[in-house]
Design a protein around this ligand. Structure first.
Ligand code: HAM
Length: 432
């Protein structure tokens, strides 16, 4: 039977989730922090459509990656076009580069939902969200170092300490085919030992077997040839320079010859950040690599590129697991309690907001008790109470909600001046 039903209460579709206040404050902070790092690293924001022509993602035939081959949300629109919800950011960013031909090097960052029809589980969603960068126009290994260092700086800013960086090289179209043949020959000899999934499928994409976590495949590939040993001179030199650069800028990493990424566009440097505090299957908090042939495949001039995607949900799960980067509520500076019909509150919140203060109020002419309860819940530093007496006298009663029940009478015209010094600086600097 198909998933879901047309009965019962409406819920977010399987594999999707809502983010409500105050959890969403972490999303605001995460995006703002990443934007600031992107600025320092000289990346500009790029916005692309959520859907593209399917053929953008389905470039090759046969040797298709998991994500594109099996997990895409595809549909025909009313005009008969085959479209797909973007399963990732890279292909769209590269398509926009090819379409608009900005000068290179072109360094773009993005924040985007990504859609994959995956088996939903903790940390694996059908709509997840990525922060990412793509840098086009140079094969300089120093750029690989910068890109990787940017991601590392982001995790460090969040306060994550248990994130491991693994690095590999996928070689290039000159050196990889010979390696793939050698690996295929090794797997031919061990085919019977592979896991159910890979026993037949290894023929199409032998590299994927290296990434398989099943003990059978692990054992069968323990002695397999390593791509690292088959790199040609230029690819080996590139990797060496990247590694030296990471050491120089203080980004700890480990070579992982089994690292195979889920898209088939990679060449040379590939990398992944593992959240060591997370459950095994969903512990990649980010990953990326070079794709020196992709621009050409999408119809542009030969142009190397490199980038990464960081899963926001995964990163926040890692923060939960490490007990860092909690949701920081941003309470209003003042809560206006009006017992005179609402006009006083209407005017006072407007004035406060014009002055740059955060102001909240109650509605619907609630009782004093109910309004004070809301004021307390809001986390505001002070309540500004306007009753009949205050209205007549042209004053406001200011009650300190954080430190006991002290209150004082303030002339209406002096409220702003009285509040300004009380406003506390934000708890956490929003910039990294
Ligand atoms: P990816 O490894 O498929 O790479 O995804 C990047 C990150 O998105 C993952 O490391 C993970 O944190 C998160 N992620 C992926 N799938 C899910 C999911 N189903 N649920 C939750 N989080 C998920 C890419 O997408 C490439 N475009 C990265 C790249 C950019 N390579 C070069 N440039």
């Amino acid at each position: 039977m198909a998933e879901g039903s047309d009965r019962g209460p409406l819920r977010a579709p399987r594999g999707t989730h809502d983010v409500l206040w105050p959890q969403s404050s972490r999303w605001e902070a995460v995006v703002a922090g990443f934007a600031e790092l992107a600025r320092r690293w000289d990346f500009g924001l790029v916005l692309n459509p959520m859907f593209e022509e399917s053929r953008l993602f389905r470039r090759g035939i046969g040797d298709e990656s998991e994500v594109v081959g099996k997990e895409m949300y595809e549909f025909e629109d009313r005009g008969g076009r085959m479209l797909a919800l973007r399963p990732e950011g890279t292909a769209s960013v590269v398509r926009s580069f090819v379409e608009h031909r900005p000068p290179v090097p072109w360094k773009a960052w993005y924040v985007t939902p990504a859609f994959r029809y995956e088996r939903a589980a903790a940390g694996r969603y059908r709509q997840h969200h990525q922060l990412g960068v793509e840098a086009l126009g140079t094969d300089d290994p120093d750029l690989d170092v910068e890109v990787i260092a940017l991601a590392a700086a982001f995790y460090a800013w969040l306060g994550l300490t248990r994130v491991e960086l693994i690095v590999n090289s996928m070689g290039c179209p000159d050196c990889r085919p010979a390696y793939v043949e050698a690996l295929r020959a090794h797997l031919d000899a061990h085919a019977g030992e592979l896991c159910d999934e890979h026993r037949d499928r290894y023929v199409q994409n032998p590299l994927r077997v290296l990434d398989c976590k099943k003990p059978e495949c692990r054992a069968a590939t323990a002695e397999a040839p390593r791509l690292l040993d088959s790199l040609d001179e230029a690819c080996a030199a590139h990797l060496a320079r990247v590694r030296a650069g990471l050491d120089a800028v203080g980004v700890a990493h480990r070579i992982e010859t089994r690292l195979v990424r889920g898209f088939d566009y990679y060449s040379r440097t590939t990398f992944e950040f593992t959240g060591l505090a997370l459950e095994g299957a969903q512990n990649a908090v980010g990953g990326g690599g070079r794709y020196n042939g992709l621009v050409e495949q999408i119809g542009g001039p030969p142009t190397p590129g490199i980038g990464f995607g960081i899963g926001i949900e995964r990163v926040l799960l890692a923060c939960d697991a490490e007990g860092v980067f909690p949701a920081a509520p941003r309470p209003p500076d003042a809560f206006v309690v009006d017992l005179t019909g609402g006009e006083a509150a209407r005017d006072l919140v407007a004035e406060l907001r014009r002055a740059g203060l955060g102001a909240a109020r109650a509605y619907d002419g609630r009782s004093l008790k109910s309004q004070m309860k809301q004021a307390g819940r809001s986390g505001a530093a002070v309540a500004l109470i306007v009753g009949a007496d205050e209205l007549a006298a042209g004053t406001v009663t200011l009650r300190d909600l954080r430190h006991g029940t002290d209150q004082e009478t303030v002339p209406r015209a002096a409220v702003l001046d009285r509040l300004r010094p009380q406003t506390e600086p934000p708890e956490k600097d929003p910039t990294p």
